[in-house]
Structure formats: C-alpha cells, structure tokens
Design a protein around this ligand. Structure first.
Ligand code: NDP
Ligand code: 8X3
Length: 251
C-alpha cells in the first residue's frame, strides 16, 4: 500500500486530496494544527474506504517538532511515496507599504520556510529509496503580483522557484516534483485571509463559479498517478471566467 503525506489536511484542498488518495487505495499521513478535524476526517475515510491513517497534528512552522515527529514515525509508516506540501495561507489584502508585519511573518514562515522544512526532512529518505513525488501547492498568485497581495504572491512565487530548484536537484534520481497552481478555489482560504470576516470572504466568489477543493485534488491525483516516466512539472488551473490572478470576469 502506498503512503501519501499531506500537510494542511484539515480543510479545503488538503482535505479533498486526502479523500482522493484514500479513494485510490493510499494510506494517509495527515497534518494540520486542528487535531479534532484530522481525527474526524480519518474516521470518515476509515468508514468510507477502510483507509489506515496516521494523524500528525502540529504547526509546520515549528521546525523542531517537524523534525521530531517525522524522525519518529512508526517503522512501517516511514516510506512516504508522495508528499503534498499544501499547508499555507494568505493574510490580509493591503498595499505593500501598509501591510501588517505579523501577517507577513506568518505567510512567509508557513508558505515558504515550513514548506522547505517539511521538504528537508522528507526528501532525503525518498532519495535513499530512489522513489518519491513531491507535489507543492503553489498558486496563480505566484505567476504575477496582483493589487494588495504582493507578499502572498511573493510566497507563491517562491514556491515556484523552490519547486524548480528541487526538480533540478533530484533530476539524477527517479523523484518527481510538481507545482500545482490553482486560481480561485472556494475553501476556508478567504475567511482566513480576512481574519474571520465571512461576508467579505463570500464576496470573493460572487459572480463567478469558483473551483472547489475536489477540482484541485483531481489535478494533484492526475500528476501523482501519471506513469513513472512522466513528470508533470507545473499545472495552472483557473476557474472559467478567470484569466489571471487579477483578471476575473464576474456576472
Ligand atoms: P484552507 O484555509 O481551507 O486550508 C488551509 C490548510 O492549511 C488547513 O488545513 C490549515 O489547517 C493548514 N495550515 C495553515 N497553517 C498551518 C500551519 N502553520 N501548520 C499546519 N497546517 C497549517 O485553504 P486552502 O485549502 O484553499 O489552501 C491550501 C493551499 O492552497 C494553501 O497553500 C493556499 O495558499 C493554496 N491555494 C489556495 C487557493 C484558493 O483560492 N483557495 C488558490 C491557490 C492556492 P489548520 O488551521 O488546522 O492548521
Ligand atoms: C489563491 C488564489 O488569486 O486568491 O492563491 O490569490 S488568489
């Protein structure tokens, strides 16, 4: 049975990926900070598909904990076939010269530094085994800046470059590296971005049919299930009526 490790699996895209891999016979290692959500999901997937799941509730920004928890995985859970680096967030929507320092730190620490930390502790074992696939959840936001989103966009540009760099660094191995770049996906993303303002979050998806978590999980699965000699390097996935990070046609 193959094993997938998904960060940020308590909600949205990560949760949808967990279900997709479970449907396809993988067993799951699921991370996020909210343990109750992970337990609920694990129970549901056990009932629906008989999926064995290992819950790893921790903050991916805590480097020591990431190291300790990954280095003390039960022996029969140590062979990770697919890593989905999904945990991430945007905070705030402000001009670059007016942004909040704490929001910047949280985005940079989570979207860039924590993704690197998890990669650093998982990939060496993959290289040793000569087997593995790293799937990073980037964003259309990493392709070009949009108004009031510079820091979030910069973190996702970093995900693109880190994916490209890792792909170069493992090109002498059978490992594959994929950067999935979604556009507007209706998840908890905007509620988090606007610090819990649900009404403001709902407005982001008004007048357009956004993508949902399952749409992105389908893309992740397409990359993960491609034949071994096929490396989906990048996938840009937009809602119909969205043309870029800043061009959206709303009815
Ligand atoms: P959600 O807010 O629904 O999910 C985010 C997930 O990340 C949650 O499970 C959350 O879990 C987890 N998470 C956040 N911070 C941490 C942390 N410090 N440690 C561990 N887990 C953490 O949003 P999405 O599903 O939309 O977002 C998933 C990824 O997709 C992000 O990287 C986002 O940037 C990216 N993305 C989203 C798009 C969208 O429009 N929605 C478009 C393009 C990319 P918990 O709070 O329990 O820790
Ligand atoms: C999330 C997509 O366009 O809301 O990465 O920034 S967007």
């Amino acid at each position: 049975m193959k094993t997938v490790f998904i960060t940020g699996a308590s909600s949205g895209i990560g949760e949808a990926c967990a279900r997709k891999f479970a449907q396809n016979g993988y067993r799951l290692i699921l991370n996020a900070r909210r343990e109750d959500k992970l337990l609920q999901l694990a129970l549901q997937l056990k009932q629906d598909y008989g999926t064995p799941t290992l819950i790893l509730p921790f903050d991916v920004r805590d480097r020591d904990t990431v190291r300790d928890r990954l280095q003390s995985l039960p022996t029969d859970w140590q062979d990770i076939d697919v890593l989905v680096n999904n945990a991430g967030l945007a905070l705030g929507l402000e001009k670059e010269y007016e942004g909040d320092f704490d929001d910047w730190d949280t985005m940079i620490d989570t979207n860039i530094k924590a993704l690197l930390t998890v990669t650093r502790f998982v990939v060496p074992e993959m290289v040793k085994r000569g087997k593995g696939h790293i799937i990073n959840i980037g964003s259309v936001a990493g392709d070009a800046a949009y108004a009031n989103g510079a820091v979030y966009c910069a973190t996702k540009a970093a995900v693109k470059v880190l994916s490209d760099g890792l792909r170069i660094d493992v090109s002498d191995t059978p490992l594959r590296v994929t950067n999935i770049k979604p556009g507007l996906v209706e998840t908890n993303f905007s509620v988090v971005r606007f610090h819990g303002d649900k009404e403001r979050a709902d407005n982001v998806y008004k007048g357009i049919q956004p993508l949902n978590g399952n749409d992105i999980a389908d893309c992740v699965w397409f990359a993960a299930s491609a034949p071994e000699h096929v490396q989906i390097a990048e996938m840009l996935v937009l809602a119909t009526h969205q043309a870029s990070g800043s061009v959206v046609y709303r009815k």
